[in-house]
Design a protein around this ligand. Structure first.
Ligand SMILES: [Zn+2]
Length: 186
């Protein structure tokens, strides 16, 4: 069987996803504002509403982002895997940074090789960008998640240094994350 192309995967998710705001009532004003803003930027936000809670928990990830030069960026959230609002906000912030990869000139298609340096740098970018969103929104309920992102960012930097990634590239990914957050928040 031929490997599934990024565009096929995009179209599949688009077909089977439900608009996030239809399956989740956003009652946090800062988060509702963020969601509106990324939709205004043309980012599509969908949720998987088909899984049972048990199936959702068994999924390896909380959400994913697919970008393709011929399509608007797509964020796909495994909604029922999330247990509370800060967890869902964290997924949205992280994936929203990934969703800027095309418009900010980082990637045409997101790197998929999870063992690769490009993947780790894009992860660092997403984590650093999410941290910048936390800093700017200053949501008191999100402090623990902000701390988790800071720790994860440090682990990613260590992993990148250990594989000989140039320090300039590591610093560049952090700066790209902050720039993406600024783009998202306007
Ligand atoms: Zn990521």
């Amino acid at each position: 069987m031929p490997p599934t192309s990024t565009r096929d995967r995009y179209d599949h998710l688009r077909r089977y996803g439900t608009p996030l705001t239809e399956c989740w009532g956003v009652n946090d004003p800062a988060l509702a504002c963020f969601l509106q803003r990324i939709q205004d930027l043309g980012i599509v936000t969908l949720a998987d509403a088909a899984f049972t809670p048990k199936q959702a928990r068994a999924q390896p990830r909380f959400g994913l982002t697919v970008i393709h030069p011929e399509r608007p960026p797509l964020i796909y959230v495994i909604l029922q895997k999330h247990s509370d609002l800060p967890e869902l906000a964290d997924t949205l912030f992280h994936e929203a940074i990934h969703a800027t990869a095309g418009v900010m000139g980082r990637h045409d298609v997101l790197p998929e090789d999870q063992g690769g340096t490009a993947y780790l740098l894009e992860e660092l970018c997403a984590v650093a960008g999410a941290l910048e969103i936390y800093r700017r929104l200053a949501m008191p309920t999100m402090k623990a998640k902000a701390r988790e992102n800071r720790d994860l960012g440090e682990r990613l930097k260590r992993a990148l240094r250990a594989r000989g990634c140039p320090l300039a590239d590591i610093a560049g990914a952090v700066a790209d994350g902050a720039a993406a957050a600024a783009h998202l928040l306007g």
